[in-house]
Design a protein around this ligand. Structure first.
Ligand code: DX5
Ligand code: ZN
Length: 227
């Protein structure tokens, strides 16, 4: 599979009143995927938006709609996010007792399935679902907020996961605190999808989108060089 570095800006750091134009701007500036953070105020201590917003922004996304569900329970809502047009749906291993069933359900709905792991969750949590997933999301911050500090202990977890997946077609996505300094650490450890919120959107805007492109290139170039 294609393991080149892909940059997935998180629209958590975009202007919430202007998602359509923000998405068009980051795609025009060269991002690979669009990362969509859904928070429920229960699984994580913050609330963003739900499937209706995902559906509304879907037509603006020409690349890949990567939906990260930080919600519990998950199963009740999976169909709504699939209907909203998600390409990838990632759920947290910690969000419920039936991860295996939920992942099967995501694939049955026609989406790619991802498992996200909180910083305290070991790599072994995915051992018995490897044949049901298209992506592992290693959280390098505690989920809930953008702009937090990268947790270095997760580098070792990515090395372990890269070994576990072997030649399976499974992406390793990193989420939280990714910058041109931390991206390379994760690329070297085996990650191929880098989510970045604040580090992509800083300094730019819909009216002045060039900094988005510079930020995306800085993370990508440093990370590719580290492989
Ligand atoms: C955190 C979210 C992340 C977040 C990343 O709960 O899942 O996607 O937006 O933001 P930065 O890159 O600012 O850490
Ligand atoms: Zn996320």
């Amino acid at each position: 599979m294609d393991r080149s570095i892909k940059i997935a800006p998180s629209i958590l750091a975009a202007d919430f009143a202007n998602f359509g134009a923000e998405i068009q701007a980051i795609e025009a500036q060269g991002c690979d995927w669009v990362h969509v953070d859904v928070m429920d105020g229960h699984f994580v201590p913050n609330i963003t938006f739900g499937p209706e917003t995902c559906k509304a922004i879907r037509p603006h996304i020409k690349t890949v709609m990567d939906v990260h569900l930080m919600i519990a329970p998950t199963d009740l809502y999976l169909k709504a996010f699939a209907d909203a047009g998600a390409d990838y749906i990632s759920i947290h291993a910690e969000a419920g007792p039936h991860l295996h069933r939920s992942l099967q359900y995501i694939r049955d709905l026609g989406c790619k399935a991802g498992v996200a792991l909180n910083p305290s969750t070991p790599a072994s949590a995915i051992e018995y679902v490897l044949d049901l997933i298209d992506m592992v999301v290693v959280m390098t911050v505690n989920p809930g907020f953008g702009g937090q500090k990268f947790i270095h202990s997760q580098i070792e977890k990515v090395v372990q996961i890269r070994k576990m997946i072997g030649d399976r077609n499974i992406n390793i996505e990193i989420d939280g605190g990714i910058t041109p300094q931390t991206g390379p650490l994760m690329a070297a450890a085996g990650a191929n999808i880098l989510v970045a919120g604040s580090a992509v959107f800083k300094g730019g805007s819909v009216e002045n989108p060039a900094p988005y492109g510079e930020n995306i290139r800085a993370i990508r170039d440093a990370s590719e060089a580290a492989r």
